[in-house]
Design a protein around this ligand. Structure first.
Ligand code: NAP
Length: 314
């Protein structure tokens, strides 16, 4: 039996590439020299796309693949997949929820603690010899008893809230609608929540609906003693406004795993002593990336076997 052809948009972990190449004829899109020409020669055969939250799948790409049936995305956020185009074309879309929740939640907690305890500055204090030369480092800030506001109390947002509650933080959250039975108070007004909290933590999806949801007004409300943590998408924060707010001392600190134009990071964020910056590694452990990849493989296998999908979006 001929293997179905699957277009892989960008590289996936090697063990996942191996599993995919056992089951499918793979077109490694990122390796094509002349993409348009080389894709045209196989386009009719492509029945599936394997992609990532970063590479996504545009309408333009789907337009080139007349027999496309499914887009299986590696990652929970699918804002880079054109789901409207997929729906119109009857193309199924899957993502990888749940298997990464705990890992991303841990990273958010790590950022909160790294910022509040100035962990990277403390590390530099030892390495630079300052400890010996200057004596004890200045005191840092406790999170116990402080207030945190989570934007988006979904799988990851709830995980972050539950974990920070264990550290003695007082939680509240904002989202498009209240959730009956939520464990923490709901704030319909994001700016009002920002004004009330010490830590504002972004955990909602990216995309048009949340673009720059953290804007100048929200940052001003968070204030000079406030900390912004973003583990969701760079697009959720007005990065230019964040840079200005940090430079002017209108907000205190920022811990960021995601940026508007990755991997480009604005120089003032790099130079600031009040930021902790990570290269979009929320889910980036061997264990979690393997579980995510296995879910991509499983969704494709279920689809081509005519079975219900494990984690459908469309
Ligand atoms: P989820 O379970 O779908 O949760 C998203 C939450 O955001 C939902 O509670 C949703 O509210 C809320 N929301 C939707 N629109 C909103 C808006 N306009 N304002 C405020 N809240 C809004 O998704 P998840 O699994 O927690 O993942 C969340 C996001 O984290 C992903 O979409 C992805 O972008 C990001 N992520 C980042 C990394 C990383 O490496 N840094 C890794 C994984 C995921 P309703 O429930 O009311 O719809």
């Amino acid at each position: 039996m001929t293997k179905p052809t699957v277009l892989v948009v960008g590289p996936l972990p090697q063990n996942i590439m191996d599993a995919l190449s056992e089951a499918y004829e793979l077109v490694r899109y990122w390796t094509l020299q002349d993409r348009e020409k080389e894709l045209a020669s196989v386009a009719d055969r492509v029945r599936g796309i394997a992609t990532t939250g970063h590479y996504g799948a545009s309408r333009a790409l789907m337009d080139l693949l007349p027999n496309l049936e499914i887009v299986a995305s590696f990652g929970v956020g699918y804002d880079a997949v054109d789901v409207v185009a997929a729906r119109e074309k009857g193309v199924r879309v899957t993502n990888t929820p749940d298997v990464l929740t705990d890992e991303v939640g841990n990273l958010a907690v790590l950022l909160v603690l790294a910022v509040s305890r100035e962990m990277l500055a403390a590390d530099r204090y030892v390495r630079s010899g300052d400890w010996k030369a200057k004596g004890d480092m200045a005191l840092t800030r406790s999170i116990r008893g402080k207030k945190a506001g989570v934007i988006g109390l979904g799988r990851i947002g709830k995980d972050i809230a539950d974990k920070l509650a264990v550290f003695g933080m007082e939680l509240q959250w904002h989202g498009p609608r209240d959730k009956p039975g939520a464990d923490y108070p709901y704030r319909a007004d994001l700016t009002a929540m920002a004004a009330d909290v010490d830590y504002l933590i972004v955990a909602c999806p990216g995309g048009a609906a949340t673009r720059h949801i953290v804007n100048d007004a929200v940052l001003n409300a968070l204030g000079p003693d406030g900390t912004l943590i973003n583990i969701s998408r760079g697009s959720c924060v007005d990065e230019a406004a964040l840079v200005e707010a940090l430079q002017a001392g209108r907000i205190g600190w920022a811990g960021l795993d995601v940026f508007e134009d990755e991997p480009a990071v604005p120089q003032p964020l790099i130079e600031s002593s009040r930021t902790v910056l990570l290269p979009h590694v929320g889910s980036a452990t061997v264990e979690t990336r393997t579980a995510m990849g296995n879910l991509v493989v499983e969704n494709l296998a279920l689809h081509f076997a005519g079975e219900p999908l494990a984690t459908p979006v469309v």
